[in-house]
Design a protein around this ligand. Structure first.
Ligand code: PRP
Length: 179
């Protein structure tokens, strides 16, 4: 292979594709059941949520609007800086809508805390959180997590949207990275 990007990374599967997809279907069905036939505004938090968002909105089914928020808080490293930067705002007002924030992971909780405050002042009819992964051991601020795919231990995970210096978001499963 040409170029200088030939790094050997040690990755070990934590949640395989089959388990992940089964849980996604379960979550989607649970969410639709709880909302009934009411339209849901799913708000995917980029970049990490792009695969979870795509699968979750299909698993929810029925009337769903898809919006995206661009956020950057981990600036290339493996620890949160606590600095949340909005790189892309919603295209539509969400006033009066039933909003579901869709995240790949809640770690320190700083990003989610910031986003919930930011969205709450836009007066949605309701505001809930769906996260594929929850890492409660690292929490710095208490945040609401209404729908959780998997609660994981304090490991650095990649795959299914989560990256290591922008690599591995494409993995169809979740793996643990050990340096
Ligand atoms: C990740 C993840 C969450 C946030 C969670 O985003 O997607 O948004 O960190 O961490 P926290 O609970 O400690 O705040 P990141 O900034 O890495 O951007 P990305 O989604 O583009 O990878």
């Amino acid at each position: 292979m040409p170029g200088s990007e030939q790094n050997e990374h040690h990755l070990e599967v934590l949640i395989d594709e089959e388990r992940l997809q089964a849980r996604l279907q379960e979550l989607g069905a649970q969410i639709r059941e709880e909302y009934g036939n009411v339209p849901i505004t799913a708000i995917g938090v980029l970049k990490g949520s792009f695969l979870f968002m795509a699968d979750l909105v299909r698993a929810i089914g029925g009337p769903v609007r898809c919006e995206f928020l661009g956020v950057s808080s981990y600036q290339g490293g493996t620890r949160s800086t606590g600095v949340v930067r909005i790189t892309h705002d919603l295209r539509q007002p969400v006033e009066g809508q039933h909003c579901l924030l869709v995240e790949d992971i809640v770690d320190t909780g700083l990003t989610m805390d910031y986003l919930l405050r930011m969205l709450q002042v836009r007066n949605p009819a309701s505001l809930k959180v769906a996260t594929l992964l929850d890492k409660p051991s690292n929490r710095e601020v208490e945040v609401q997590t209404d729908y959780v795919g998997f609660t994981i231990p304090d490991e650095f995970v990649v795959g299914f949207g989560l990256d290591l210096n922008e690599l591995y978001r494409n993995l169809p499963h979740i793996s643990v990275y050990t340096p």
